[in-house]
Ligand binder design. Structure first.
Ligand SMILES: Cc1ncc(COP(=O)(O)O)c(C=O)c1O
Length: 475
């Protein structure tokens, strides 16, 4: 008999470093794959002959299918954009106002202190190994200190480091929701919530934002959607795609709804503090004494390094509603990918403590003046209604589609804008919202001026006064 089977036991504690494999024994007998003493047992068959293949179950041909989870993972932005015919006008250079990556044009570099922190982390040789799956204690402490405030105190134990804010959202939804549950998400809103939820069999109920009220939440609509299967409500503040920033009073009203129905909140605050001068950002947690909140954030936008993939969840649970169960759930789920890149974790404390205020300030001044430029230009374009943002890096522009009979809706409108003017704006259908488009305001000023001029020319060519309007004009 030459068949051998190695039984490798893992005790599930440290999965890295020298403790990775805690017991390894040579064993000639099969153990039927059952857990032994609560420890998982993995068979490693050396020549494969220990488990004779059953004739009946043997596959006759290859038939490898994608998993249901993969098939149910859909990005609405890709679904819309990939279906568009984007053929720019060869006589005009392309201007993409669609990409939510502030680094693409090179006009908004991160600060030197941020780069230096990263270089120092590499040079220290201290951050080449595995970290705990929720991140180094020191790095979590740094995040806790940076965001802690008397109304919403934080300690290292309340911070989970993640691979970008995207993973923070994924973890938060995975920890709070089961298949068959539902979550409430904004419309228009960032598409990832739906992508993550639907892939896990979680229903997404969209609550309306009100453009005429600077994209405040329609609270009655929000409340009407809650049922016994609602496991969390997602609040994005400041907002992508709207650039809106909610007032303290509005946030308090949102919290009242959550409190009344005992629904925890996922606060997507990746654009936290990115608000224009004259406007204030209030984190949801700083206004609540009872609603349990998972606040998701990261370095991507405020520090202008989205590719570094550093995000976090801040656990706010002053009444111990989440308790150890949700904390443990987050820890367990974080063990699926063992935390974010350790070099950036090593740089985190220095990034948070040493980035000068002048860096944040000059970026926000730039975003405000770019948004104002775009708003002022497009306000006087026939058939368009831009809505002035108060923060983040976006502006939404309404299309009075009745005045553009050449187009069936925002997708058609933005597609033809590319064909004729080589300007690409994201149709708001990508955010499940019709007859708007989103402009990213991180582009250099001269590009924004040129893009707005081309949008004006395009609208002037296609705008048709409604017949009643033209009658009125004739009289
Ligand atoms: C509202 C919102 N949340 C989360 C994210 C994801 O951030 P990250 O790049 O850190 O994963 C984005 C990115 O555009 C966003 O706009």
């Amino acid at each position: 008999m030459d068949s051998k089977s190695y039984v490798v036991q893992m005790n599930g504690s440290a999965v890295h470093g020298k403790n990775a494999v805690n017991a390894k024994s040579l064993n000639g007998t099969a153990v039927n794959g059952k857990a032994v003493n609560g420890k998982s047992v993995h068979h490693v068959s050396v020549n494969g002959s220990i488990y004779p293949a059953k004739a009946k179950s043997r596959r006759q041909r290859w038939d490898v299918k994608a998993s249901e989870m993969a098939n149910n993972t859909l990005n609405p932005i890709r679904a819309i954009v990939d279906g568009m015919k984007l053929t720019p006008n060869p006589d005009k250079p392309m201007i993409a106002l669609s990409i939510g990556d502030p680094t693409v044009f090179g006009n908004l570099p991160t600060d030197d202190t941020v780069l230096q922190a990263m270089k120092d982390a590499i040079d220290s040789h201290k951050y080449n190994g595995y970290s705990p799956s929720i991140g180094y204690q020191k790095s979590r402490e740094a995040v806790a200190n940076f965001y802690s405030c008397p109304e919403a105190p934080l300690e290292a134990k309340d911070v989970i480091l993640t691979s970008g804010c995207s993973q923070a959202i994924d973890l938060a939804i995975s920890a709070l929701c089961n298949p068959g549950d539902n979550i409430l998400a904004p419309c228009p809103g960032f598409s990832l919530y739906k992508t993550v939820a639907v892939s896990m069999g979680i229903e997404v109920k969209l609550y309306n934002l009100l453009p005429e009220k600077s994209w405040e939440i329609d609270l009655q609509h929000l409340e009407s959607l809650i049922d016994e299967k609602t496991s969390c409500m997602v609040i994005t503040n400041p907002s992508n795609p709207c650039g809106s920033v909610y007032s303290k009073e509005h946030l308090q009203s949102i919290l009242k709804v959550a409190s009344r129905h005992c629904v925890p909140v996922l606060a997507d605050e990746i654009y936290g503090d990115m608000v224009f001068p004259g406007c204030s950002f209030h984190s949801l947690a700083s206004l609540s004494s009872d609603v349990p909140i998972l606040s998701c954030g990261g370095l991507a936008k405020r520090w202008l390094v989205p590719g570094w993939r550093m995000g976090w969840i801040l656990i706010h649970d002053r009444n111990n509603v989440f308790g150890s169960e949700i904390r443990q759930a987050l820890v367990k789920l974080s063990q699926r990918i063992l935390g974010p890149c350790t070099i950036i974790q090593g740089a985190l404390e220095s990034i948070l403590n040493n980035t000068p205020q002048s860096f944040y300030q000059s970026n926000i001044n730039f975003l405000k003046s770019s948004a104002e430029l775009c708003f002022n230009e497009l306000s006087t374009v026939p058939g368009l209604t831009p809505i002035m943002p108060s923060g983040a890096m976006y502006i939404m522009v309404g299309i009075d589609i009745d005045h553009f009979p050449d187009f069936s809706g925002d997708v058609d409108f933005t597609e033809r804008l590319v064909t004729e003017q080589s300007v690409f704006c994201l149709p708001a259908s990508a955010f499940e919202y019709a007859n708007f488009f989103r402009i990213v305001v991180t582009v250099p000023e001269e590009m924004m001026v040129e893009a707005c001029a081309r949008i004006r020319e395009f609208c002037q060519r296609h705008y048709r006064p409604r017949s009643r309007d033209s009658n009125e004009l004739d009289q």
